[in-house]
Design a binder for this molecule. Structure first.
Ligand code: GLU
Length: 315
């Protein structure tokens, strides 16, 4: 097996890419290529309604336009395909069953409003920590409730601290029971949850390094725990700072300004890449660059650890 780095893009194409998504692809590409590695494209379209294939195709042509095409995956395919999560449910089921057979999975009948009750414990990132309401239901109670409501499925997490060293953000730790709680593996409609799919996919696709936004840092301990429980090799993680609009708001696919559709009308690919490299600390001025030109000088130490606010007028 080759020791070369395998990075990945794992976009959820629910709209056109914005600068934050682009920046993540750029850093993933640079991080892998600067080590002589390659990049896999996996389309995270578990929510197939929100992520039609047309958006995934557009995303691939946007990546090509920018000079950031993946080496494997997406419509190009490859040895670990399919690369669309919507086509991988049978694979997720196999891993889900490993956990279910060990008695770690249980049905949860809680409604949205129950979960978001005012007194529900919240994490620092605003997510609700599941209180374990359905953890101890008896078989009889489960059978009775299933008559009126299809359950979602959660995995039972241990009272254990998971610590890891992020390649960019440093040490991060979390107690699974206290800070995360039992989390979803499968929705009531049968669709598998992101947390399970991402672990299975990155492992089976041979990914050795995951570059993604800092908003997913807090998902990493539970994912590392799943890697361990499923006997899968975990990649190294690099969480990048979030890119914010000049007024401090989070970039969104719904806002036109920073979406690729608008950027393409105003800038060349090299101008976009050069400006992103500038805000990421990879060059001192926003000069046009190709990704290949930046690979030589790429080092994670140059990239800020805190949120990056885009300077007014840069884009
Ligand atoms: N699909 C997720 C997103 O587009 C990224 C998940 C990940 O990188 O682990 O936000």
């Amino acid at each position: 097996m080759s020791a070369a780095a395998v990075g990945r893009y794992a976009p959820s194409p629910s709209g056109r890419m914005h600068l934050g998504n682009l920046c993540c692809c750029l850093l993933a590409w640079l991080s892998a290529k600067s080590k002589g590695g390659r990049v896999v494209l996996r389309i995270e379209d578990l929510d197939a309604q929100r992520c039609p294939r047309s958006f995934a195709d557009l995303l691939e042509s946007d990546l090509a336009w920018l000079g950031l095409s993946a080496d494997e995956g997406g419509s190009r395919g490859g040895p670990a395909g399919p690369y669309y999560q919507s086509e991988r449910s049978e694979i997720y089921l196999r891993y889900y069953q490993i956990l279910a057979r060990r008695g770690l999975v249980y049905p949860c009948f809680c409604s949205r409003s129950q979960l978001h009750a005012a007194d529900a414990p919240h994490r620092a990132d605003g997510q609700v920590v599941y209180a374990g309401t359905c953890r101890g239901l008896s078989p009889g109670e489960i059978a009775a409730r299933r008559k009126t409501r299809a359950p979602a499925w959660r995995v039972r997490v241990p009272d254990e601290e998971i610590a890891f060293t992020d390649g960019h953000m440093g040490l991060y730790r979390e107690n699974l029971a206290r800070d995360c709680g039992d989390f979803y593996l499968r929705r009531a409609d049968g669709v598998f949850a992101y947390q399970l799919a991402v672990v299975v996919d990155d492992a089976l696709m041979g990914v050795t390094e995951v570059v993604r936004g800092a908003d997913l840092l807090s998902s990493t301990p539970r994912q590392l725990w799943l890697y361990r429980e499923l006997g899968l090799p975990a990649p190294q993680f690099f969480h990048m700072p979030l890119l914010l609009a000049p007024d401090g708001r989070r970039l969104s696919k719904r806002d036109g300004d920073e979406s690729l559709e608008h950027l393409q009308q105003r800038y060349t690919p090299e101008q976009i890449i050069g400006r992103l490299a500038y805000v990421c600390g990879l060059q001192k001025a926003p000069d046009p660059r190709t990704p290949a030109e930046l690979a030589d000088r790429f080092a994670w130490e140059l990239v800020p650890q805190t949120d990056i606010v885009l300077p007014e007028g840069l884009f």
